[in-house]
Write a protein that binds this ligand. Structure first.
Ligand code: C2E
Ligand code: CA
Ligand code: CA
Ligand code: CA
Length: 275
């Protein structure tokens, strides 16, 4: 039994070595991709005002078309970028692209995801402001999506950065709302503009009483506080109807559109204009 255990250990470390190798390869390749910028692309997912029947914004979502590995999904490389510190350069690259998009579509708000790790470096706000100024984009048309975990660690650094960004005119949205452990009082203390109800609640609307109760409570509270509320991951007409009746008219999800490359967004906007 003893030698068996040792073998198991050997197999385990071999598998671990393999994982480490793949990760460091991905790290090197990501570093390179960031230098050349050629294999990375931003896709955009429309955010719609269901009552007004229009597209009001686009969420920028990064894609990595690896020359040999094919398409690598964000959840596969964002974590590596966070662990290796590459997330800062990635974040800068994303924001620069988003600024171009914002100038291309001046009527729309462009939402950009920020990792909590980016907030660990001091001077983040100034750095982001610098990028947007250099690009000549309007901060009021750019919305930063942050997650609850950022508010949880309760650091002055992130609080200051958020304040500076809001003063510059950027909007702040709280992403994946309801999945973390943060209390609702954070909403007041951190002064966000918008909250995005996590897909996990939207998914069960119509099947699960708790999800309906939670969504109703969030929407009611946000409206009372003057916050905009967006539902993410809307996939069915039933979900859309429930949300709309509850008073949530901003939505995002496959029911309306997947994230699309710039050219397809352009086509979509033109077809809506000519409708
Ligand atoms: P997220 O910010 O919560 O983004 C929403 C994710 O849900 C996107 O996945 C989107 O394609 C997907 N989604 C949208 N509507 C639906 C729907 O109706 N049904 C389902 N099943 N999924 C839907 P994606 O693009 O794979 O991104 C995954 C995550 O990766 C994002 O989650 C975000 O946390 C992260 N991410 C993506 N781009 C960036 C980036 O530029 N910077 C950072 N820091 N993180 C990013
Ligand atoms: Ca997001
Ligand atoms: Ca989200
Ligand atoms: Ca998410």
């Amino acid at each position: 039994a003893k030698s068996e255990g040792r073998d198991a250990y050997r197999i385990f470390t071999a598998a671990m070595d393999e994982t480490v190798k793949v990760r460091s390869t991905i790290e090197e390749e990501l570093r390179l991709a960031l230098v050349t910028g050629s294999d990375l692309r931003l896709f955009y997912q429309p955010q719609v005002d269901v009552d007004g029947q229009s597209i009001i914004g686009l969420e920028a979502l990064v894609r990595w078309h690896h020359p040999t590995r094919g398409m690598i999904a964000p959840h596969q490389f964002i974590a590596i970028a966070e662990e290796t510190g590459l997330i800062s350069s990635l974040g800068e690259w994303v924001l620069r692209q988003a600024c171009l998009a914002s100038k291309r579509w001046p009527d729309l708000t462009i939402a950009v995801n920020l990792s909590p790790v980016q907030f660990r470096s001091s001077g983040l706000a100034e750095q982001l402001i610098g990028i947007v100024r250099e690009a000549g984009a309007d901060p009021r048309r750019i919305e930063f999506e942050i997650t609850e975990s950022l508010l949880l660690d309760d650091s002055d650094l992130s609080r200051c950065a958020l304040k500076t960004l809001r003063q510059e005119g950027f909007k702040i949205a709280l992403d994946d709302f309801g999945t973390g452990y943060s209390s609702l009082s954070y909403l007041r203390r951190f002064e966000v503009d918008k909250i995005k109800i996590d897909r996990s609640f939207v998914q069960h609307l119509g099947q699960q009483d708790e999800s309906m109760a939670i969504v109703t409570a969030i929407v009611t509270l946000c409206r009372a506080m003057g916050l905009t509320v967006t539902a993410e991951g809307v996939e069915t007409e039933d979900q859309k109807r429930f949300l709309s009746q509850t008073g949530c008219s901003e939505m995002q999800g496959f029911l309306f559109s997947h994230a699309l490359p710039e050219e397809q967004i352009e086509d979509l906007l033109i077809s809506l204009r000519d409708r």
